[in-house]
Design a protein around this ligand. Sequence first.
Ligand code: PGA
Length: 249
Amino acid sequence: MRRKLAAGNWKMNGLRAQLSEIDAMQEAASGGSEVLICPPTTLLTEAVARAGHIEIGGQDCHARASGAHTGDVSAAMLADTGASYVILGHSERRTDHDEHDDEVRAKCKSAWEAGLKAVVCVGETLAEREASNTLDIIGGQLAGSIPDGATGHNLVVAYEPVWAIGTGKVPTTDQIGEVHDFIRARLERRFGAGVGRSVRLLYGGSVKPANAAEIFAVSNVDGALVGGASLKAADFVPIIEALNGASDG
Ligand code: PGA
């Protein structure tokens, strides 16, 4: 019912020479799961031109469609490159650019107006987990960051514990399952069972070829948002293949 999604977030990495990595992911990308690469903005147009079986997305957008916002990029501009997705509310944006839920929500609305699908990121810090506040934090971020009007088509939610991003630390499968089941229940409660069940939920944070299959076996995990291990086909292809081989959770 939900098509699995392997999403790569290249962050501030990648020059034109790295676009050949996308070519090397094509075969795995025709194996059933949807594959998305979000390169830096500078590479979007060229990435779209050679996308083949792969969807291309941005890593952020401004909440407004145009205007005097030096250095920013609007959702309409991302869509104009041929991109189909945008990542919003990544913890690095929330931290580096002091983005809060209301801004993420405004960006999400703008992305939908431009016809983009939004990958909205939520996740707790280590201090929040240790204080047993994880579900409260995630619940608040979901309520605050996702506008009304979500559907299984326009929204993907990525659960990314801040302490697991780029650290090599990964929650236990029980911890991932607890949060994903909670997100599913919250989406069903707010948007109704049909929509709630159709939104794809990604896990993100130190996903690697060695741990992907175990993570994909967790209930309500429909794929992954992958940073470091999405930069090279040699790492991302085994992750895509693990997802292609995973049964429905
Ligand atoms: P990582 O990043 O896979 O390098 O931990 C994940 C992310 O930030 O999306």
